[in-house]
Design a protein. Structure first.
Lengths: 642, 500
């Protein structure tokens, strides 16, 4: 069957968005929700069909000579800049986009279903589903993009749907501020993306991904020897595009929006700020990976930023007390793992294992992180608080949630046979292959991950037994627990997929990858140490953690305050840009520019005022002026004659 | 026969409306007349687009279609000459949309509704007349017809410091006209190599291409600044914040939506089209000035607290973008400039309409005194958000299409200088996001600041009609840009100034 039906995965969410946006308000809440869920279910079905046809079918030329082909299954010219530069809305199927179709529609469907229970009774329930559809549309459009400009278009749409969903509780000032911050920070990064696209397209005269990536050497050489500020034009372009990706993927120092984004409804955090949108940056780098491979300078930047972010976010996560913030920082850290993995990858090192590992981790992370967020949502739903201090001993009240959360924690810590083990192991292999430094660095961060995740787990489900009073926590309704169970099973099994056979750098069908027991053994060991430490400190209520925090006050507070990054940005925006750029400009405009205009008017006015006496109507003064004038003229004439 | 030409009706209909308005006796009749007039203009504009496309489709590749030419004043060889190309066609369509929206936005005009609409339609006559003329004399004449009513419209129906604003706006624009007049006369005297055959017809002048280079160095700045004042070019933009703040809703809409486009269109049609040499040689000066407009206007908007000031400075930034793109002299950038005119016209008119509607209810425009409007007037708030998103360049709305054409087109310029300026220009997309979201956040979201606001009502039917018209325009451009790009592009092949 022809694969061009894949375009339906964009059309269906779009129609749902328009429908719910226009007539949703007049519908019953339940009905709107069911429309949303059904539409998403059908979309997921189509996406799965397309992905499976792509991976397992043979009749569309999916595989030629043992290499999976990039299939452009839909193509529509949307706008033409010049003969060569054309924005098309297309659908490109290749291993990574097909994989992303599965990830996005799975998580999105789970979140749609879960939200039926979680958002029950909220004001603006219909609007919520409309925005979810918009987001799904944007995200799917982004991954199937056949050219970089299409990606940019959907990239922006993803940004706005994120804004709308973070600011869903728009009467809460914190949510409004968080939404604004998220949008502006990512917009700033998008500026880099846009300029990168401009430079790239200026030299290559194309937006098309297939043309760009099939001959990366030509792309690099197309710029000739053009340099700017000492770096080659292509290095600038690729670095700027990476900045766009870094903004969406919350890489340091553009990460500040993600923790605040947790002000949105929790299912939204699970969908957008854990599983799908935040990996867009990783996906972007992976999409252009053949070109990045040839720009070693940019690759080093990616590696360093990724590795630093991973460590930084893990350190902050160890101290946070809001459970969603812990998960947010953990997300930043995990995405940084993927980014680092791409940074260290190359075709020469172990058959491009870094690329494969990055995509694999993206896949498994989407499953277990959305699971963790949805669990957190269920907990918040029943405890009515985000703070760990309001929780404890919940395992008795919420057994399903307890098990699901434990599965998620084991997966993210990298304990076999959970999914995270397999993907994280590959990342560590890739890092070691590049340099032992990166390998050890990431292994340490992996240990920290295990520690803070189990700190979180114990603090919620064990620690103490606070008195919940009349309002006993309870298990969530089935619409919420069903996604938890499904995702829990996925977190357990997703790693067993022979992922490398489907997604790898050369897109070959045959791919050799095995577990490197040396690396795997040490990483499991270090994870166990982390878990052990957490068990010792947080299993039962005790004063040890507090005492440790008191002993290192500076460090602990700095980590708790996220190393003052927010204060830094606050200072830059308010005290530098607003106070010392915008306000002076506004003043300059009012007083200097406008002042000049007013002065011109005033000068004209006063000149006319002073010469008006020549026209007084008084006959005597006319005579005087006449006489003086006549005398003066006569004098001049006399002087000239003589 | 002149009345067989479709274009003349764009002037005849507003004049007929004027005549009928004189005869009206009460508000009902006034409304009937203006609604019929505005709808007729709308239908006519749509029909013009349709027949324009038909003629082009039939293979009529001449520069201007629907030509009409009659001698008006023989001694100076002044003609009443009409004709439209793709650019004027889309701008006429824009004007019709905004006149239609403006009529409904001033449904409850008080006091003196009849007189208000008289001036309003006189202004429209000038606007349409300007876009259909291809004779410099008639162009300048209609230009002045469009400017003068502004003085009375602001001075009589305005708010706040209206006398000062009306005087300032009129004087500054008249100052621009003085430069313009000088430029036009200069062009006339060099319009042809043969001194006995001077002409005002811009097509003939462009064909002759006889203006000496030394004169172009003088005449180009004259005409560009002359029209640039109306296009809010830095440092001649200060009439815009005061003028818009004081003007009544429909006048702000028409002024920012259409009148400022006269500036951009004039810069293109007279300065760049007739003096390609100077346009290429001198564009760097004006690129710097307009580049400043773009960033400076946006940064100024970030700290304003009056809704109309925010939008006026935002207009400075967006209109700066129009002139900036025109001066880039590449095919795509100029297409982007025209699209930006359409886009800015629609969204800024929508903004002013909404600000007027909100102001009419809350009696304040200070964003610090408002908040939580989303709960009180959801319809108006959603429209406001849509206008804001169009302004910050969200894909699917008109702003994105225009900006991307401008940026991609400008960046294709072979000079490094132009490309670096383009990068400076792109920073505006971030600054725009800052002030738009600040405005949306303070005005619409959050808690209600003033208890009295809780009793306010949402939009009426005529307000809905007015805003919906504009939103339809914004979304149409955003979704189907190719349609407009095609119409505009096939008119650009005649422009000698374009480098690529």
């Amino acid at each position: 069957m022809n694969l061009n039906y894949t375009i339906a995965v964009l059309i269906l969410p779009f129609l749902t968005f328009v429908f719910l946006g226009l007539v949703g308000v007049k519908m019953k809440k339940k009905a709107a929700g069911i429309v949303g869920v059904c539409s998403m279910g059908v979309t997921a079905f189509i996406a799965f069909a397309a992905a499976f046809t792509y991976f397992f079918g043979t009749d569309q030329g999916q595989v030629i000579d043992g290499v999976r082909q990039q299939l452009q299954v839909f193509d529509y010219t949307w706008m033409q800049f010049t003969k060569n530069l054309v924005i098309k809305i297309g659908v490109l199927l290749d291993p990574i986009s097909a994989m992303m179709l599965i990830v996005i529609t799975t998580v999105s469907f789970m979140v749609h279903l879960y939200s039926l229970g979680y958002m029950d009774g909220e004001k603006g329930f219909q609007r919520y589903y409309a925005f979810l559809s918009l987001f799904t549309l944007a995200m799917l459009g982004l991954v199937v993009a056949s050219n970089i400009f299409q990606m940019y278009i959907f990239w922006e749409l993803v940004g706005i749907s994120s804004y709308l969903l973070i600011g869903f509780y728009y009467t809460t000032p914190a949510a409004v501020a968080a939404a604004k911050k998220a949008f502006i920070v990512t917009r700033f990064a998008d500026l880099g993306f846009l300029i990168g696209i401009l430079i790239l397209s200026y030299y290559t005269q194309t937006f098309d991904f297939i043309t760009l990536t099939s001959n990366p050497g030509a792309v690099i050489s197309s710029a000739g020897g053009a340099t700017f500020l000492g770096c080659s034009a292509m290095a600038w372009a690729m670095t700027l595009i990476f900045i766009g990706g870094a903004g969406k993927s919350a890489m340091f120092p553009l990460h500040i929006w993600l923790p605040d984004a947790m002000e949105g409804p929790t299912p939204v955090s699970a969908l957008i700020h854990a599983a799908t949108m935040v990996v867009a940056g990783v996906y972007l780098v992976a999409r252009l990976f053949p070109i990045y491979c040839l720009e070693q300078g940019t690759m080093t930047i990616i590696t360093v930023i990724g590795a630093f972010t991973a460590f930084y976010a893990a350190a902050v996560a160890c101290t946070q007390s809001d459970i969603k913030r812990v998960l947010a920082f953990s997300t930043i850290s995990q995405i940084a793992f993927m980014m680092t993995s791409l940074g260290v990858a190359s075709q020469m090192l172990d058959n491009g294992v870094g690329y494969m590992a990055s995509m694999f981790h993206l896949f498994t992370h989407a499953m277990f992180k959305s699971l963790l967020f949805l669990c957190a949502g269920a907990i918040i739903h029943s405890v009515h608080s985000n703070e760990m201090t309001a929780m404890g001993g919940l395992r008795k009240y919420m057994p399903i949630c307890n098990w699901a959360f434990l599965f998620g924690c084991l997966a993210i810590s990298g304990i076999p046979p959970f999914s995270g083990f397999f993907s994280k192991d590959e990342i560590l292999v890739a890092a070691y292959a590049k340099s032992p430094l990166w390998g050890i660095w990431l292994a340490v961060v992996a240990g920290m991950t295990a520690f803070y995740m189990f700190r979180l787990y114990y603090k919620i489900f064990w620690w103490n037994n606070p008195d919940y009073g009349d309002h006993k926590p309870h298990e969530a309704p089935w619409t919420m627990t069903l996604p938890l169970i499904i995702l829990g099973l996925l977190a357990l099994c997703a790693g067993m997929i022979p992922f490398g056979k489907y997604v790898n750098l050369a897109r070959t069908v045959e791919y050799e990858s095995g577990i490197n027991w040396m690396v795997a053994g040490s990483s499991v060991l270090i994870a166990l140490i982390g878990i052990g430490l957490a068990t010792k400190l947080y299993l039962k209520e005790n004063p040890k953690p507090d005492r440790m925090a008191e002993k290192t006050p500076g460090l602990w507070t700095a980590a708790y305050r996220r190393f003052y990054m927010d204060e830094f940005y606050q200072y830059i925006t308010h005290h530098v840009i607003f106070a010392h750029v915008s306000t002076p400009i506004a003043w300059f405009d009012r007083h200097i520019i406008d002042g000049t205009m007013n002065m011109l008017a005033r000068v004209t006015h006063s000149t006319s005022y002073s010469i008006r006496r020549f026209q007084s109507g008084n006959i005597q003064s006319y005579v005087w002026i006449y006489l003086i004038g006549a005398l003066a003229l006569a004098t001049i004439v006399m002087l000239c004659v003589i | 026969m002149i009345f067989s030409n479709i274009l003349i009706y764009f002037v005849v209909i507003p004049i007929l409306v004027l005549g009928c308005l004189f005869a009206t006796k009460n508000i009902k009749q006034v409304r009937t007349v203006v609604v019929i007039g505005a709808s007729a203009l709308m239908v006519l504009a749509l029909y013009l687009v349709y027949s324009f496309l038909q003629q082009r489709g039939a293979g009529n590749a001449s520069e201007m279609l629907f030509r009409y030419d009659a001698v008006w004043f023989k001694p100076l060889n002044i003609h009443f000459a009409l004709g439209v190309d793709g650019i004027s066609v889309v701008l006429i369509l824009l004007s019709a949309f905004i006149v239609f929206g403006g009529v409904f936005a001033s449904w409850r005009m008080d006091p003196l509704p009849k007189e208000f609409f008289l001036w309003f339609f006189l202004l429209s006559t000038g606007v349409f007349g300007f876009f259909i003329s291809i004779d410099m004399f008639t162009m300048v004449m209609f230009y002045e017809v469009a400017l003068i009513p502004m003085y009375l419209l602001i001075g009589v129906w305005g708010s706040g410091n209206k006398r000062y604003a009306a005087m300032k706006l009129t004087l500054m624009l008249m100052g621009g006209s003085a430069f313009l007049m000088l430029g036009v006369i200069g062009i006339y005297f060099h319009s042809s190599a043969d001194p006995n055959n001077l002409t005002m017809n811009i097509l003939t002048i462009a064909q002759n291409n006889a203006i000496p280079h030394s004169w172009q160095y003088f005449l180009f700045p004259m005409t560009f600044v002359g029209f640039g004042v109306l296009g809010a070019m830095f440092p001649f933009h200060t009439w815009s914040p005061d003028g818009h703040a004081a003007a009544p809703t429909a006048v702000s809409m028409l002024h920012a939506g259409v009148l400022m486009k006269l500036g951009g269109y004039g810069c293109f049609r007279i300065a760049i089209f007739l003096m390609p040499f100077a346009a290429q040689q001198l564009n760097w000066i004006f690129l710097i000035l307009t580049g400043i407009s773009v960033v400076y206007g946006a940064l100024s908007a970030c700290v304003q607290t009056d809704l109309k000031y925010i939008n006026a400075y935002s207009s400075v930034s967006h209109c700066g973008m129009v002139l900036f793109a025109l001066l880039m002299l590449t095919n795509t950038a100029v297409t982007g400039a025209v699209l930006q005119m359409l886009s800015h016209g629609l969204m800024t008119a929508l903004f002013f309409a909404l600000i007027g509607m909100i102001y009419g209810r809350t009696h304040t425009r200070d964003i610090r005194k408002m908040g939580g409007m989303m709960n009180i007037m959801p319809y108006l708030s959603v429209c406001f958000v849509i206008a804001g998103l169009a302004s910050l360049g969200l894909p699917g709305l008109s702003g994105f299409v225009a900006e991307m054409n401008i940026f991609v087109g400008s960046f294709m310029h072979p000079d490094l200088f132009h490309r670096i300026l383009t990068i400076v220009g792109t920073t505006s997309i971030v600054i725009t996001a800052v002030y738009i979201l600040r405005m949306v956040g303070k005005l619409l979201l959050g808690q209600v600041q003033d208890k009295h606001h809780l009793t306010l009502t949402d939009a009426n039917w005529y307000e809905r009609l007015s805003t919906l018209t504009l939103i339809v325009g914004i979304v149409t451009i955003g979704f189907f840009p190719s349609f407009f790009v095609e119409i505009i592009k096939n008119s650009l092949s005649f422009v000698k100034a374009l480098v690529m």
